[in-house]
Design a protein around this ligand. Structure first.
Ligand SMILES: [Zn+2]
Length: 306
């Protein structure tokens, strides 16, 4: 899978690789090794790109807390999952940067890894520079849907907040003077693929993380009947304890979005997509990396919510 191109010493890379592993029997062993490595315990916020950090945290929580059927144990997951999604989406349109190329300026990326633009929005903003200052079109070009949140995981701001003024100034400067220096974001697509795989594991209550689940979740109906009630209970608990944690409507929306992306990737046969390894896979139950369910999965989440 694509994850092999990521920095190998980062534990999350190993986890991501293992998730997408097509030989289910090797998963627990490799996973265990990863968990026991001292690196897992020492990974710190800020030492790796933020999206990798949050991916790691999500997988760690699922692995540690998913073992028993106790929705309360999973309450830590939702804030990290929404943070992860935010770090993978365009600052202007808030779309997941999975299908489109995303760019950022090195100045913006070192200081703040949430500031990235999909290619389309990047073009719109660049064009807007030539427009009359203060014109409706120029104003609209700079309207941001995803607003920056503070970097600290401790700060609970999962809801949208304003960019701070330093960032606004820096963004303007980069677009005004340094447009030609905007560049791709390394591994973003891979991490995004891992995010989608993680969402799928949550939706399907994948047996690796949730060994107590003995039911197969392959259709939207299954999701609504089997996994969502369990997940929603957990999201509601977290949201009730802290109003700034994402609510169940939001979590439902991003899970739904992830499945639409997975299905599109499957349909488009995107290279390195989350279903990329499935052709070779067996139909081992409970392993979301294997192929048994992919046909049925393409129906998953495509129905309307009601
Ligand atoms: Zn965009």
């Amino acid at each position: 899978m694509m994850m092999e191109t990521s920095t190998p010493e980062i534990i999350i890379t190993n986890s991501g690789e293992t998730i997408l592993e097509t030989h289910p029997e090797t998963i627990p062993r490799k996973r265990k090794d990863s968990t026991n490595s001292p690196l897992t315990k020492h990974i710190k916020h800020g030492s790796v790109p933020h999206c990798e950090y949050f991916l790691h945290r999500c997988l760690q929580i699922m692995e540690d807390k998913g073992k028993t059927r106790d929705s309360k144990k999973l309450t830590d997951l939702w804030q990290r999952l929404s943070a992860l999604r935010r770090h993978l989406s365009c600052l202007r349109c808030d779309e997941l940067c999975y299908f489109d190329k995303a760019v950022t300026h090195p100045y913006l990326f070192t200081g703040n890894q949430e500031i990235l633009f999909c290619e389309n929005c990047f073009d719109i903003i660049c064009k807007a520079k030539t427009l009359e200052h203060g014109s409706e079109e120029a104003r609209e070009a700079f309207e941001l849907k995803k607003k920056k949140t503070p970097d600290s995981e401790i700060s609970k701001n999962n809801t949208l907040t304003q960019l701070d003024s330093d960032d606004v100034a820096l963004i303007s400067h980069c677009f005004d003077k340094l447009e030609h220096e905007f560049t791709d974001i390394p591994n973003l697509k891979d991490i995004c693929g891992d995010y989608l795989t993680t969402c799928r594991a949550i939706i399907q209550l994948d047996k690796y993380f949730f060994p107590w689940n003995d039911r197969e979740i392959v259709t939207t109906q299954d999701f609504k009947e089997i996994s969502w009630p369990f997940l929603k209970e957990s999201v509601d608990m977290a949201h009730e304890a802290d109003a700034e944690d994402p609510d169940s409507e939001y979590i439902y929306r991003i899970l739904e979005e992830s499945m639409i992306c997975v299905n599109m990737a499957h349909g488009l046969n995107v290279e390195g997509s989350v279903t990329g390894g499935s052709e070779k896979g067996g139909s081992e139950k409970g392993s979301f990396a294997t192929s048994g369910n992919t046909d049925k999965l393409s129906n998953l989440m495509l129905d309307d919510r009601k």
